[in-house]
Design a protein around this ligand. Structure first.
Ligand SMILES: CC(C)(COP(=O)(O)OP(=O)(O)OC[C@H]1O[C@@H](n2cnc3c(N)ncnc32)[C@H](O)[C@@H]1OP(=O)(O)O)[C@@H](O)C(=O)NCCC(=O)NCCS
Length: 152
């Protein structure tokens, strides 16, 4: 199936927020959070969606960079369970890395749950390395790994 990628727009937000509730059950972002984030799309944010051949959203990803020359943070990456293991997340992460290069970010950072081995495998294969751990970052007993990739 052909997957296409484009910038996330306000019309996408209700669909993305509904999928977010399923994928990130414990702490989903709300419609207003997504709207606030994408109000800065193309400026300090880069949010994209992946769509199938019927224009259905099957994934999204976003990153922030406060200004040119500042570090970039990956804020979210998610793919519909029915569309996983097809390279969709890799495509979106590569797009975020390229955006960080365009912003002249020295380093791109992200947090990932310590037990989330699929996501860690993706990030490691894209050149990220673990630099530290944040205990209880996602709640009691749920630690985060901080990963980064140097872009210079
Ligand atoms: C993590 C996630 C985004 C991966 O999406 P995806 O589109 O299936 O990933 P891709 O097909 O692009 O896979 C890229 C690489 O990631 C790794 N990977 C992805 N899923 C994996 C799995 N279930 N087990 C092991 N490695 C996996 C592999 O290295 C894969 O490369 P390969 O196919 O060449 O082996 C997806 O599983 C997801 O949405 N999970 C829930 C939300 C989440 O955890 N987001 C990340 C928060 S930090």
């Amino acid at each position: 199936m052909t997957i296409t990628y484009r910038a996330m727009i306000p019309l996408d937000v209700p669909v993305v927020a509904a999928m977010e509730k399923v994928i990130f059950k414990d702490d989903p972002w709300s419609i207003s959070q997504f709207k606030e984030e994408i109000s800065n799309n193309g400026i300090t944010r880069h949010y994209l969606v992946a769509c199938d051949s019927n224009h259905k959203i099957v994934g999204w990803a976003g990153a922030m960079c406060a200004q040119e020359g500042a570090d970039t943070d990956v804020l979210t990456v998610a793919v519909d369970p029915d569309f996983r293991l097809q390279g969709i997340a890799r495509h979106m992460v590569t797009a975020l890395i390229n955006w960080a290069y365009s912003k002249k970010s020295p380093t791109i950072f992200l947090e990932v749950e310590k037990n989330n081995l699929p996501a860690q495998a993706l990030y490691i294969s894209e050149g990220f390395a673990v630099i530290s751990m944040r205990p209880d970052y996602y709640g009691p007993g749920i630690d985060a790994l901080v990963m980064s990739k140097v872009l210079e």
